[in-house]
Design a protein around this ligand. Structure first.
Ligand SMILES: [Zn+2]
Length: 208
């Protein structure tokens, strides 16, 4: 029986999802044991890394040339493999607090385009802790640099799009830049910010 590449791709995604579904409910298995010390968390983390690296060493993965670059907030609820629906590495991923576009991110994304990226996806997401901090006077006083970067994000994206190399690639039709929201509940990319469920405020996964 011959399996089409598309079928193989979708079946691979289904098997990855099966793995997620096996691990996802294991709340009390490792990191959420009561009274776990930082050292115990670190020991468990190292053990998990070792196990994972052993598998990777046994089954090396091919190296792809990225054609898409993603700018995504560090929020733990977002998974960029799910965002892409793909575990292959066709994606450069920049993650930071609030998907900010400081000079470092702008230069890194320009370098990614020089390295062959054809699509840039600049995202924000629902229920963003960094954006909430920027809207809270007390948190602004505590985190002045982060909140200033969140404030400047839109202006910095405009500046990025005007960088000569980027503007030229866009004008020639060699680069597409999309600005989208991630629905944090589903990892779906949407054009307009979807409503936030109030209960997700207590999810605990956001970096507060
Ligand atoms: Zn965020």
């Amino acid at each position: 029986m011959t399996v089409s590449p598309r079928t193989q791709f979708v079946m691979g995604g289904a098997l990855v999802n099966a793995g997620f579904r096996l691990q996802d409910p294991l709340h009390a298995y490792d990191f959420e044991k009561p009274n776990l010390t930082p050292l115990e968390v670190w020991t468990e983390f190292k053990e998990q890394n070792h196990l994972s690296a052993m598998v990777r060493e046994k089954f090396p993965r091919s190296t792809e040339h990225p054609v898409v670059a993603l700018l995504v907030c560090m929020d733990a609820r977002i998974d960029t493999s799910e965002l892409a629906g793909d575990t292959r590495r066709y994606y450069y991923v920049i993650r930071n607090a609030g998907s900010v576009m400081e000079d470092e991110e702008q230069e890194m994304l320009e370098l990614a385009v020089r390295n062959g990226v054809k699509v840039l996806v600049l995202t924000r997401h629902t229920d963003c802790a960094a954006e909430k901090a920027a809207a809270d006077p007390a948190k602004r006083a505590q985190y002045p640099v982060l909140t200033a970067a969140v404030d400047a994000r839109a202006a910095h994206i405009e500046a990025f799009l005007k960088r000569p190399f980027i503007a030229e690639r866009i004008a020639k039709g060699e680069l597409l830049v999309e600005q989208l929201f991630i629905d944090t509940r589903s990892d779906e990319l949407v054009a307009v910010e979807p409503p936030t469920e109030t209960k997700s405020e207590t999810a605990g996964a956001a970096p507060h």
